[in-house]
Design a protein. Structure first.
Length: 324
C-alpha cells in the first residue's frame, strides 16, 4: 500500500464483504447513501491532516486525538461519535513486539476513519479480506474484526514469552550469571511494556461493550466481550510470566550468594591455615640479637619441618572439627 500521499487505503463497502477501493480524487464523490466509507490515513502526512480538519461532523477534539503523536488505548464518545484507540504488537521487520503500534479509530456509524504512523498487519489483513470478499459490511463489524485481529496476533507473542520463561527456568542452574541476566532483563522489560498497553486496552474494549451505540448490534457486542476476555487472559499470562521471572531472578541471586559464600569459606580456611605459619615466620624474621639457630646450618631445615608439622596438625584439627 502506497502512503506517499498520506492515504494508506480507502474503501466504500458494498455490504456484502467487499467494496470499491478509492483514491483521494474519489473521496469527495462518496455520500452516505452509497454505503460505509473507510479511510485509513498516515497521520504524519500534511495532506492527511488537512483532509481530517476539513471533514464535517468530526469534533475538533477527535481530530486532535486522531493526529496526536502519543496515545494510550481508550474508548470515548464525543458528540455522539465513537473514538477508539487500540494497540497492536509491532511485527514489522527489525522491530520489537513490545513496541506496540497505535491505531486510532473514529466512527459515526456511517463512516470509519483510522489513522496510524507505522504499518499494522491487522489493517492489511482487513484490506485483503475486502479484496477477497470476506471483509466487514458495517462499521461495527469492522471494529469487531479489527479488535479480534489485534488480539489474535498478540497470542503468538504472549506464547513466546511463556516459552522463554520456561527455558530460563530450566537453564538457571546451567547458565553463567552473566549470560542469564541479560536474557532475564530483556524478558521482564518486554513483559512490562506489553502489559502497559494491554491493561488500558482491556478497559477500552470493556467500555466499548457497555456503551449503548445504536449501530453496534448484540452479535458484535458478544464478539467484543470475547476479545475483552481474551485480552484479560493475556494480562494474566503476562503477570504470571513476570512473577516467574522474579522467581528466576531470586534463584539467580541465591545461586550467586551461595557461590560467594563458598569462595569466602575457602578463603577463610586458607587464611586460618596460614595465620600461625605467618606469625612464626614473621617472628623469626625479625633482625635482632638472640635469635635461636643463627649459627646452626640446619636451623632453616628444622624450622621448615616444624611449619610442615604444624600445618599437618591444623589440617587434622580442621578435619576433626568438620570445617571442611
Amino acid at each position: 500500500m502506497d502512503t506517499a500521499d498520506g492515504l494508506v487505503t480507502a474503501w466504500l463497502f458494498d455490504g456484502q464483504g467487499s467494496g470499491r477501493e478509492l483514491d483521494w480524487n474519489a473521496l469527495p464523490e462518496v455520500n452516505e447513501d452509497q454505503g460505509t466509507l473507510w479511510v485509513h490515513l498516515d497521520y504524519t502526512h500534511p495532506k492527511s491532516q488537512q483532509w481530517l480538519r476539513e471533514q464535517d461532523g468530526i469534533d475538533p477534539i477527535a481530530v486532535d486525538v486522531l493526529l496526536a503523536e502519543e496515545t494510550r488505548p481508550r474508548c470515548t464518545l464525543i458528540s455522539g461519535t465513537l473514538l477508539l484507540i487500540l494497540r497492536g504488537v509491532n511485527l514489522n521487520p527489525g522491530s520489537d513486539p513490545e513496541d506496540m503500534v497505535s491505531i486510532r479509530i473514529w466512527s459515526d456509524g456511517k463512516r470509519i476513519i483510522t489513522t496510524r504512523k507505522r504499518r499494522l498487519l491487522s489493517i492489511e489483513d482487513l484490506r485483503k479480506s475486502l479484496v477477497n470478499g470476506s471483509g466487514p459490511c458495517t462499521p461495527s463489524e469492522f471494529i469487531t474484526l479489527l479488535a479480534d485481529q489485534l488480539s489474535t496476533r498478540m497470542s503468538d507473542v504472549i506464547a513466546g514469552l511463556d516459552d522463554a520463561i520456561d527455558e530460563l527456568e530450566q537453564r538457571v542452574l546451567t547458565l553463567q550469571s552473566h549470560q542469564l541476566r541479560p536474557l532475564l532483563s530483556s524478558l521482564r522489560r518486554e513483559t512490562i511494556a506489553l502489559r502497559r498497553y494491554l491493561s488500558p486496552q482491556r478497559d477500552a474494549l470493556a467500555r466499548l461493550v457497555s456503551e449503548r451505540l445504536s449501530w453496534i448490534g448484540e452479535e458484535e457486542r458478544s464478539q467484543l466481550r470475547e476479545v475483552t476476555d481474551r485480552t484479560l487472559r493475556y494480562i494474566e499470562e503476562l503477570d504470571t510470566v513476570r512473577e516467574r521471572a522474579v522467581v528466576v531472578q531470586e534463584e539467580l541471586i541465591s545461586r550467586l550468594s551461595e557461590q560467594v559464600d563458598k569462595r569466602m569459606y575457602v578463603l577463610s580456611i586458607v587464611a586460618a591455615l596460614f595465620l600461625p605459619l605467618g606469625f612464626l615466620t614473621g617472628l623469626f624474621g625479625i633482625n635482632v640479637g638472640g635469635m635461636p639457630g643463627t649459627d646452626n646450618g640446619y636451623a632453616f631445615t628444622i624450622f621448615s619441618f616444624i611449619l610442615v608439622v604444624l600445618l599437618g596438625l591444623q589440617l587434622i584439627l580442621f578435619r576433626w572439627k568438620r570445617w571442611f
